[in-house]
Design a protein around this ligand. Structure first.
Ligand code: PLP
Length: 291
C-alpha cells in the first residue's frame, strides 16, 4: 500500500469506527461523507436492499416518479437470483445482465437488457444497430453504435441458459464448501448465506480480512499466488479512482465502507470447474497464510 493509500485508509477506518464495526457481514451498505451543508449528516447513494417495504424498489421507484427519472437496474451478476421472491432483472425501466465469462452464464462477452417498455425496447434495439432506419437506412436521426450480438454468441448464450440452474447448484456447492472450511475463522469475514430477502448463489466467494489481520488483501493475495492459488481483488472504490479525482469529482469525500472493502477484500477461486479438493486446498492455503 502506498503512503497516500495508507493515510486514506487510516482516515476512512477511523470514520468507520465512529459509526460501528464492519464485522457485521450484512452491513456493507454505503456510509456516505459527512456534509456540513446538511448539519454534518452523512449522505450518499446506495442500494435499496434495506427497504422495509414489501414491494421491491418501492422507495426508489417513487423517487424516480417524483423527479421524472428512469430506473436502470444493474443485474449484471444476478442471473437466477430473486429479491423477495421476485426475479432480479425485472425491477427497472431497463434491467441489464452481463454475459462476461465469469458470470453464471456467458456468451464470451456482452450482455442483455430486459424491459417491459415497448418504446425503450425499440429505441435500444435501434441504438445497438447504428440507428439504421427502416426506409432510409443510411440517414441517421439519432446516434447509435454497433453493439450487435453475433448469431454464434446468441447460440452459445441459449445453450448456456439451459444450464443456468445446474450452474447455480454448483456455485452454491462451492460456496457451502468454502463456508465449511472458513466460516468459523475469526480472521476473515465470509459471505452471508442468506438474509430476509435473498439466498446467496455465491457468484464469487468474497472474503474480507478482519481487524485482527494487519496486512492488506493485496499482500495475502500475493502470498496465495506463491502457493499457486489465483485470486481477484474487490472493486476499487469509486471515490478513490484517480481519473474521477482528476475530473474534480469526490473531492474530500469519504466512503469508509468502500475504502475498507477495497483494501481488505478479495475473491477466492470460484470457477465452475473447480473440484472439491481444489476448494479445500484454496481454503487451507488461506488459513495457513493468515496464521
Ligand atoms: C454489478 C456489476 N455491474 C456491471 C458489471 C460489468 O459487466 P460487463 O463486464 O459485462 O460490462 C459487473 C461485472 O462484473 C458487475 O459485477
Amino acid at each position: 500500500m502506498s503512503e497516500e493509500e495508507q493515510k486514506t485508509y487510516e482516515n476512512e477506518t477511523s470514520a468507520k469506527k465512529e459509526e460501528g464495526p464492519l464485522d457485521k457481514p450484512n452491513y456493507w451498505g454505503v456510509l456516505g461523507s459527512k456534509n456540513p451543508a446538511h448539519g454534518g449528516k452523512r449522505e450518499g447513494a446506495g442500494r435499496p436492499l434495506g427497504s422495509k417495504s414489501k414491494k421491491p424498489w418501492k422507495g426508489m421507484i417513487e423517487l424516480a416518479e417524483k423527479y421524472n427519472l428512469r430506473v436502470i437496474e444493474d443485474a449484471a451478476e444476478m442471473h437466477g437470483q430473486t429479491y423477495k421472491n421476485l426475479k432480479c432483472g425485472s425491477f427497472g425501466d431497463i434491467s441489464v445482465f452481463s454475459f462476461y465469462p465469469n458470470k453464471h452464464i456467458t456468451t464470451g462477452e456482452g450482455g442483455m437488457l430486459s424491459t417491459n417498455d415497448e418504446e425503450l425496447f425499440i429505441k435500444a434495439k435501434s441504438m445497438r444497430n447504428l440507428c439504421f432506419q427502416e426506409h432510409k437506412r443510411f440517414v441517421h436521426e439519432d446516434l447509435g453504435w454497433n453493439l450487435r450480438m453475433t448469431n454464434i454468441q446468441a447460440a452459445l448464450g441459449l445453450a448456456q441458459l439451459e444450464k443456468l440452474e445446474e450452474h447455480i447448484v454448483k456455485k452454491r456447492h462451492i460456496g457451502n464448501l468454502y463456508d465449511s472450511f472458513l466460516h468459523n475463522s475469526s480472521l476473515i469475514q465470509t459471505p452471508l448465506k442468506e438474509n430476509e430477502f435473498s439466498k446467496n448463489i455465491y457468484w464469487v466467494y468474497g472474503v474480507v480480512l478482519t481487524e485482527s489481520i494487519s496486512i492488506s488483501a493485496e499482500e495475502v493475495q500475493k502470498r496465495l499466488r506463491d502457493l499457486g492459488i489465483g485470486t481477484r481483488p474487490f472493486f476499487w472504490p469509486m471515490h478513490e479512482q484517480p481519473i474521477l479525482k482528476k475530473l474534480g469529482l469526490f473531492q474530500d469525500e469519504h466512503y469508509p465502507v468502500s475504502s475498507i472493502l477495497g483494501r481488505k477484500g478479495f475473491y477466492l477461486p470460484s470457477g465452475l470447474n473447480l473440484t472439491d479438493s481444489q476448494i479445500e486446498k484454496s481454503a487451507n492455503s488461506l488459513l495457513s497464510v493468515l496464521t
